[in-house]
Write a protein that binds this ligand. Structure first.
Ligand code: PBG
Length: 329
């Protein structure tokens, strides 16, 4: 008795493997996160994110020109705000000449066709490191949403193509959409972090922006009253559906690798593009293991990115974008 069906035939050479390959990583899959700081001529490596940097505006110009040449045409901007400008309401977020607003203009000046998305959340601006206003040990929802809507309008005025609220407050998508429409920004899109889990994989990012929740009395120690419980699946679909109903153009699942079941499930449910954020801790793990010689860096990077796309990601926000372009050759 011999097997009549031999799946190995389709694996017998690289030519046939490439012919039947289902998932291919392309430069156009990527959204590149960038960290911006005040100052001049600054390119500081983030200790927990080897080979990833905080950039001052002059270096941001250089970076986006390089990205554009590499075929990376979408960026997601984050800013590191000095402590002296932080308060409970994130007032600095609304400063028309604030770092985010200047960063948006800098990217558009350097590279007018680059697609610019901006992080909309209070945490980099919050003296407590939370994504909302803190009162009596609680994160206020509706008051925070008001600030997020104003912040979105301010980013749109500066030239952002899409705003990306990463806060997980209830009802923020509809409030942001209405605020944008009221101000005439009909074509400014919203990429909603819809299924964003309360994850320990965000640690290196919080180092990068100095945005971790502070450890003081009457301030929640973590973000579990607004980010999702990682034990939950149905809730992710509900959150995503709500964001779509409220007007999200793109929805996102975050983090990546541990949540690919959620990605597939959402991809099967919705008809808008699905983004996945392969987060800072995922980046740090691969870099650390590769530094020790325990993993083959390039091979593991491509395996992970391909798995994310295979799970259903239309867009991958990843710190490995430049690595991937190099690897793809
Ligand atoms: C902030 C924000 C976070 C990330 C993106 N936007 C951190 C957090 O929610 O605490 C994490 C990204 C990463 O870890 O790479 N609202």
């Amino acid at each position: 008795m011999y097997p009549l069906i031999r799946p190995r035939r389709l694996r017998s050479s690289e030519a046939i493997r490439s012919l039947v390959r289902e998932t291919i990583i392309l430069p156009s899959d990527f959204l590149v996160p960038l960290f911006v700081v005040e100052g001049k001529d600054i390119k500081e490596e983030i200790p927990s994110m080897p080979n990833y940097y905080r950039l001052s505006l002059d270096n941001l110009t250089k970076e986006v020109k390089e990205l554009w040449k590499m075929g990376l045409h979408s960026v997601l901007l984050f800013v590191k705000v000095p402590d002296s400008l932080k308060d409970n309401k994130g007032s600095e977020a609304l400063n028309e000449n604030g770092l985010m607003q200047l960063a948006i203009k800098t990217v558009k000046d350097a590279c007018p066709e680059m697609l610019v998305m901006t992080d909309v959340a209070l945490d980099p601006y919050s003296s407590y490191g939370h994504d909302g206003i803190v009162t009596d040990g609680q994160i206020l929802n509706d008051e925070s949403v008001e600030v997020l809507a104003e912040m979105s309008v301010s980013h749109a005025k500066a030239g952002a193509d899409l705003v990306a609220p990463s806060d997980m407050m209830d009802g923020r998508i509809i409030s942001i959409r209405e605020a944008l429409e009221d101000e005439g920004f009909l074509n400014t899109g919203i990429m909603a972090y819809s299924a964003k889990y309360a994850s320990s994989f965000y640690g290196p990012f919080r180092d990068a922006l100095d945005s971790a929740p502070v450890d003081i009395k009457n301030v929640p120690k973590d973000k579990s009253s607004y980010q999702m419980d990682y034990a939950n699946r149905f809730e992710a679909i509900r959150e995503t559906q709500l964001d779509i109903d409220e007007g999200a153009d793109i929805v996102m699942v975050k983090p990546g690798l541990c949540y690919l079941d959620i990605v597939r499930e959402i991809k099967n449910e919705v008809d808008v593009p699905v983004a996945v954020y392969q987060v800072s801790g995922e980046y740090a793990m691969v870099k650390a293991a590769a530094e020790k010689g325990w993993l083959n860096h390039d091979a593991v990077v491509m395996e992970q990115l391909t798995a994310i796309k295979r799970a259903g990601a239309n867009i991958i926000a990843s710190y490995f974008a430049k690595d991937a372009i190099r690897i793809l050759g």
